[in-house]
Design a protein around this ligand. Structure first.
Ligand SMILES: [Zn+2]
Length: 250
């Protein structure tokens, strides 16, 4: 039986003499591991279409264990622009790895995660926005889609609203703890909580919403502080650290 889907190539590894197992985030079938036969031969009909960071249209044949890729057509390749820039490449690698970790259901549609990753790869490859901002926004949004959004305004523990700020706008609780799910009021704070600047919490909300006006208006020190909180939050949520996060300069 054959089926079609579009996918982003997450990773590949060698199988036997000439084949590879390709890990794919597909739109309609979630995470799929499929065999690409003969892909390591120079004469392969697949060429470089099954490299990580490539958006492909696929035809697959259902197999007993792994499906087999029978056709692949490139829709967009982000490998070259990302490969030319170390910061963008490492950030892109973290995105692929995060998507693989967050899409746990196989054979189930993963449309939102697929579109989020595709949009983030395009933004990362275009170079129009800072690599760190694209990454941080992607991490928060993909966690939110998976059901792990951090609380950026109301207390993550008791739900209390911080009320208005000193100048009448949105106020902020003072504390943030990844293990508690985000910001904390003074009553719920636990030892070891961070005490970020109010501007950093506004920025976190902007990253989570994909609101680039907020992100672009932010000062570097708040961007740095937000990146640290995002990294801590992601690592906590995924239980063990994403290996590639260690290589992202913050
Ligand atoms: Zn509270």
């Amino acid at each position: 039986m054959l089926y079609r889907d579009e996918a982003i190539v997450i990773r590949t590894h060698k199988l036997g003499e000439a084949d590879r197992i390709i890990t794919l985030l597909t739109r309609q079938h979630g995470l799929v591991r499929a065999v690409a036969k003969g892909v390591r031969r120079t004469t392969s009909k697949f060429g470089s279409r099954l490299e990580p960071f490539t958006h492909v249209d696929l035809q697959l044949a259902v197999g007993r264990n792994l499906d087999t890729i029978t056709q692949a057509e490139t829709q967009g390749s982000y490998a070259a622009p990302l490969g030319a820039d170390y910061e963008r490449y490492t950030a892109g690698t973290v995105m692929l790895e995060t998507a693989e970790r967050l899409v746990v259901e196989e054979r189930e549609p993963a449309v939102q995660q697929f579109l989020l990753l595709l949009g983030a790869l395009r933004a990362m490859a275009s170079g129009e926005r800072g690599a760190g901002h694209v990454l941080d926004s992607y991490l928060l949004r993909s966690l939110a889609v998976a059901g792990y959004a951090p609380s950026c305004v109301d207390c993550a523990h008791c739900g209390r609203s911080p009320g208005p700020g000193p100048e009448g706008g949105q106020g902020h609780h003072r504390w943030f703890n990844p293990s508690m799910g985000g910001v904390l009021c003074s009553t719920c704070r636990i030892p070891g909580s961070a005490s970020p600047a109010p501007e950093t919490l506004t920025l976190l909300g902007g990253l989570l919403a994909g609101d680039w006006r907020v992100v672009e208006a932010a000062e570097p020190r708040h961007l740095r502080e937000a990146s640290g909180l995002v990294a801590a939050f992601v690592q906590w949520q995924l239980e063990r650290g994403l290996r590639s996060l260690e290589y992202v300069e913050r």
